[in-house]
Design a protein around this ligand. Structure first.
Ligand code: SF4
Length: 177
């Protein structure tokens, strides 16, 4: 069996889920021996590669840019894991949904910044009207809840990927497009 190729992707999240992945501590060495990490914010690769066996995605979908990254990751990955509550339910990013993107931007950048009241316009992705979980856009094969998810749970899931047992992880009922 070829070494499974895995990726991790960071959308609208705080990076805590990736930190939890690092919290597997010395077991990272076991994972490194069993998996080929081909794309991650933890490494310097710019383009999401083809033929990925499993991708772990942190964060909600909050912009067209997030949507684009998610769709590419879905198209190029055999197995997609929603990693953490933001990816599973929207969680913290979705708290803005009740007031709307424009009002949040105004509150943060204008109302609470009397010294330089300006909504940054350059090089920032335009926010969607709502932050939504992954399954609103693509099929998700495994949901790992938690804020952040437990390192042990992430390790167990990635160990199953490494052992070629992703089918054991698939939910009987899938959600998503
Ligand atoms: Fe951060 Fe929690 Fe969201 Fe993970 S689930 S990105 S730890 S807020």
């Amino acid at each position: 069996m070829n070494t499974p190729r895995i990726a991790t992707l960071w959308l609208d999240g705080c990076s805590g889920c990736h930190m939890s992945l690092l919290d597997t501590d010395e077991r990272l060495l076991d994972l490194a021996a069993m998996l080929d990490v081909v794309y991650s914010p933890l490494m310097d690769v710019k383009t999401f590669p083809e033929a990925v066996d499993a991708v772990c995605i942190e964060g909600a979908v909050s912009s067209k840019e997030d949507e684009r990254k998610l769709v590419v990751a879905r198209q190029r990955s055999r197995f997609l894991i929603a990693m953490g509550d933001c990816a599973v339910t929207g969680n913290v990013p979705a708290m803005r949904n009740v007031v709307g993107a424009e009002r949040i931007l105004r509150s943060v950048y204008i109302d609470q910044d009397p010294l330089n009241p300006l909504i940054p316009a350059d090089n920032l992705p335009v926010l969607n009207s709502k932050a939504l979980p992954l399954h609103c856009f693509v099929q998700v094969d495994l949901f790992i809840p938690g804020c952040p998810p437990a390192a042990d749970t992430l390790f167990a899931a990635l160990s199953a990927v490494a052992a070629g047992k992703v089918n054991d992880l698939r939910l009987a009922t899938r959600f998503g497009a």
